[in-house]
Design a protein around this ligand. Structure first.
Ligand code: SF4
Length: 245
């Protein structure tokens, strides 16, 4: 690519990302406060519907997790739909006190259509049980609902269209505590770029809900020494929820 082409490509990427954000926010009925011109609010999405049309659609008015899942549909809002086998929405108690948010499905999750079912998921289940919960008592989901090929890192243009659905899931569940597993979950939810090693170990606030960032279970499989810090983090969650210690 030429030096001249790079800014042009970046501009196209930003426009694509904004269009997608408009479309999804319209579907979810979220206020488009980041737009300043009335004309821009009425921008159409790729399907030719205006954001206003989508906001007023009957599906957008459905509440609860089922409504969010229905709005997501057979999502093709980012390129990950081309390589996924399953869309992994999330699972667990729709009225959970505690929600775990990870990064994205891996190979096992993509194959089964369920979050955190591989080796890292088995470790997460052990952590949940050690906290005094059954797995089905909490809710588990990811920032991205589809697997990035080769488990590469999520890209901004994938997070942008997918994040509004996570926001809506959290609005529907309204948990007492959120646990962000790993860098991408913490960065996306907290809009921070600080290292997870700096963010973990204390509560932050997400829409008024205490949010504890901690290491991702996949990181723990590679770095078992970090289990001590994760245990410290989850003990703070347990204390807040009145579970044990
Ligand atoms: S990752 Fe999210 S936005 Fe992309 S296709 Fe899957 S559900 Fe849609």
């Amino acid at each position: 690519m030429t030096a001249e082409g790079e800014p042009r490509e970046e501009l196209f990427r930003l426009v694509r990302s904004l269009k997608e954000r408009l479309r999804v926010d319209g579907e979810l009925g979220r206020p488009l406060t980041y737009l300043v011109r009335e004309k821009a609010v009425a921008a159409t999405n790729e399907g030719g519907e205006s954001a206003q049309d989508l906001r007023e659609s009957p599906v957008a008015k459905k509440s609860g997790l089922d409504g969010v899942r229905e709005m997501l549909g057979d999502c093709r809002r980012c390129p990950l739909h081309r390589t996924r086998h399953s869309l992994v929405f999330g699972e667990g108690n729709p009225e959970a006190d505690l929600v775990f948010v990870g990064e994205a499905p891996g190979a096992d999750e993509d194959a089964q259509g369920r979050p955190f079912v591989g080796r890292a998921g088995q470790l997460l289940t052990k952590i949940i049980v050690a906290m005094g919960f059954k797995r089905e008592e909490v809710y588990i989901c990811n920032i991205l609902k589809c697997r990035p090929p080769g488990n590469r890192n999520p890209q901004p243009e994938e997070i942008a269209p997918c994040e509004p659905f996570l926001i809506r899931q959290l609005e529907a569940i309204r948990p007492r505590v959120i646990c962000a597993l790993g860098t991408f979950a913490a960065h996306t939810l907290l809009k921070s770029e600080a290292p997870i090693s700096v963010l973990r170990g204390r509560f932050h606030s997400y829409q008024g809900i205490p949010l504890m960032p901690t290491y991702h279970p996949a990181y723990l499989l590679r770095n078992p020494g970090a289990k001590k810090q994760v245990w410290e983090d989850v003990q703070m969650i347990m204390k807040t929820l009145g579970n044990g210690t």
